[in-house]
Design a protein around this ligand. Structure first.
Ligand code: NAG
Ligand code: NAG
Ligand code: NAG
Ligand code: NAG
Ligand code: NAG
Length: 431
């Protein structure tokens, strides 16, 4: 039943010690997460695609081959369907004609944390970059086609504020083709639901920054320095995911508060006595394994799809790309062109865990959206200071925008639309 791997498993590499950069980054993340408002705020594996395509065809998430070829036969789509194209390897191309897909003001669902133009961002270049895979082209995103495929289905994003950004991006990409009275957006606790009524389809977001249970699970009040995780405990959240036809998971940033993380055995109710520290990678592995186990038990691979979005990089220190020694992403207007660029904030050891648990060699029913490298290049795409601020700014902060620039989240429209184009490609044009 197991599909043969398309990719070799990650070659074991030398364990890399946490650098001082990573430590500094961790502090930045802690401070940021602590003081930011509700971050009304991403990883997978590879399949034997042809078999997968048959399954999805049966599930209605993909029309039969001939229909694809008739309706969608564009050079691009055909190219994307070519055997073996790694759509995550490529380059950014400036394309003012075809990007962005929508205007910031056209999409009422973007939370103020991500509306950069409305908050005074002077440049718009970050909206105009198109991802060009090296060996093929991405199929063009067709909102009508996507909604038709999602007819009668639930697509759910589960994770942290970055995943929420991707959810909002997806809603923005789809909502234009739905008449005003035929759509709705509702939030209740951890769950936000966008409905396309004529299609009986929903796109949803569920807040679970660690996927497993934690003390940061409140969708609004989760500014907690002392994070505690029940690494093997998922049912509190997962019962809300049952019945979803497409699941898109992420989890990374919340784990990165140091080299160790606090683990609770037993329940959060009561005295919470048994708390121990565990190496972050080990705890992350337990959580990802628990998620995979749930997926294996609850998601029918013949009728559903599951994705894992790899870590979203941050750009807290411009000296890493040869810039100002004291700067961050603030004032950055162009992507990094060094193809090998990888910031110190993106932990290779955490990526290794993802490969070990969700990588091709194990062939779990989870498709990886490996957006990390392509997003590493996008130092220009963060919200910087152009967002609703969390606390009133002090005079010191106003005098020094570098200290409060958000180099974690991404403006919309922007980079996360590309993540969804890649999701669209993997969902409907499996190669
Ligand atoms: C998008 O998909 C719809 C539904 O399949 C189709 O009718 C339409 O022609 C497509 N649009 C483009 C630009 O390919
Ligand atoms: C609408 O979709 C849900 C699944 O999301 C399904 O259970 C229900 O039967 C559908 N209703 C109609 C009228 O198709
Ligand atoms: C805490 O949990 C660990 C691991 O399950 C166990 O070995 C230890 O005995 C527990 N300690 C207490 C005080 O319950
Ligand atoms: C940002 O760019 C502007 C215009 O180029 C420049 O005047 C300003 O000093 C820069 N600020 C920082 C903090 O680099
Ligand atoms: C994701 O892509 C990067 C860059 O190509 C690679 O180093 C990493 O191993 C990939 N991760 C996984 C889990 O396959």
């Amino acid at each position: 039943m197991k599909s043969p791997p398309l990719l070799p498993s990650l070659s074991p590499q030398r364990k890399r010690r946490l650098s001082s950069h990573l430590f500094v980054f961790s502090l930045v993340v802690v401070v940021f997460v602590l003081y930011s408002e509700d971050f009304s705020c991403i990883l997978g594996s590879h399949f034997h695609y042809s078999r997968r395509a048959e399954q999805i065809t049966r599930a209605g998430l993909l029309p039969p081959r001939d229909i694809i070829e008739e309706k969608e036969a564009s050079v691009e789509a055909a190219a994307a369907a070519e055997e073996g194209c790694d759509i995550f390897a490529g380059e950014w191309v400036y394309d003012e004609r075809s990007r962005p897909h929508y205007g910031e003001e056209e999409c009422p669902y973007i939370q103020p944390q991500l509306t950069c133009q409305a908050h005074g961002r002077p440049d718009t270049g970050y909206q105009h970059w198109r991802w060009q895979p090296r060996a093929c082209s991405l199929p063009s995103f067709n909102a009508t086609l996507m909604l038709e495929k999602l007819r009668g289905k639930r697509m759910m994003f589960v994770g942290d504020s970055l995943n929420r950004g991707q959810f909002v991006s997806m809603v923005c990409l789809l909502h234009r083709v739905i008449p005003e009275n035929a759509k709705s957006m509702e939030s209740l606790g951890s769950l936000t639901v966008f409905r396309a009524k004529e299609y009986n389809a929903s796109i949803e977001f569920y807040w679970a920054p660690f996927l497993v249970e934690s003390n940061s699970d409140n969708a609004v009040v989760h500014r907690i320095t002392d994070r505690i995780v029940r690494a093997g405990s998922i049912m509190k959240h997962a019962r809300h995911w049952e019945g979803a036809d497409v699941l898109v998971f992420n989890t990374y940033l919340w784990w990165m508060a140091g080299s160790k993380i606090k683990i609770l055995r037993g329940s959060f109710e009561g005295d919470m006595k048994n708390i121990t520290e565990m190496v972050t990678e080990d705890a992350y592995k337990i959580a990802l394994r628990r998620t995979t186990k749930w997926v294996n038990k609850n998601m029918d691979p013949r009728t559903t799809r599951v994705f894992f979005v790899t870590m979203s990089p941050s750009h807290p220190s411009s000296k890493e790309w040869g810039g100002d020694p004291d700067g961050n992403c603030y004032n950055e207007t162009r992507p990094i062109t060094d193809a090998a660029y990888w910031g110190t904030g993106t932990s290779k050891s955490m990526m290794r865990v993802i490969g070990e648990v969700l990588g091709a060699a194990r062939a779990p029913p989870v498709t990886l959206l490996n957006i990390t490298q392509l997003s590493e290049y996008r130092k220009d795409a963060h919200t910087q200071i152009y967002k609703k601020q969390w606390n009133p700014l002090t005079p010191e902060q106003i005098a020094n925008p570098r200290s409060y620039a958000d180099c974690i989240h991404w403006c919309l429209p922007g980079l996360q639309d590309t993540w969804n184009e890649l999701l669209y490609a993997k969902l409907f044009f499996p190669n």
